[in-house]
Design a protein around this ligand. Sequence first.
Ligand SMILES: Cc1cc2nc3c(=O)[nH]c(=O)nc-3n(C[C@H](O)[C@H](O)[C@H](O)COP(=O)(O)OP(=O)(O)OC[C@H]3O[C@@H](n4cnc5c(N)ncnc54)[C@H](O)[C@@H]3O)c2cc1C
Length: 111
Amino acid sequence: MIPVIVKKSGINPEIKCNQITKEARRAFVELLKGFELSISAFRPIEEAIVTSGGVKVSEINPKTMQSKLTNRLYFAGEVIDVDAYTGGFNLQIAFCTGRLAANSIKKQGGL
Ligand SMILES: Cc1cc2nc3c(=O)[nH]c(=O)nc-3n(C[C@H](O)[C@H](O)[C@H](O)COP(=O)(O)OP(=O)(O)OC[C@H]3O[C@@H](n4cnc5c(N)ncnc54)[C@H](O)[C@@H]3O)c2cc1C
């Protein structure tokens, strides 16, 4: 992003920071804050990280992960309609719901 923004700003990349005028710095901030991007296409499905959609959370008991509609049916991870930014959140969802579902199944004496 740095070369793109510097070029768009019109600021000479060779000059030192303290040589950039106050007006140019203000314009630079405006440029960064108002920077617009047009989406031209989606990345290929092979690069997809998480799936939106799935079993509604309102249909799952959050204390056990058991379906509210079907007895002895449990859900965990991607199959649930939850998705988060990348950074470990989706894995955390999978681990936590998986553990809770497994413990709940064990408590009720198996499937
Ligand atoms: C490329 C990529 C990068 C990612 N990076 C991140 C990240 O950085 N941070 C993050 O938090 N999340 C990331 N995720 C998302 C995260 O990996 C998933 O949300 C998480 O692994 C979901 O776990 P899960 O157990 O629900 O499903 P999965 O990990 O998809 O496990 C489902 C398993 O079920 C098996 N299976 C499917 N059908 C059947 C069947 N009929 N019978 C038996 N087994 C079956 C599959 O083979 C698979 O092993 C990434 C995902 C991808 C694809």
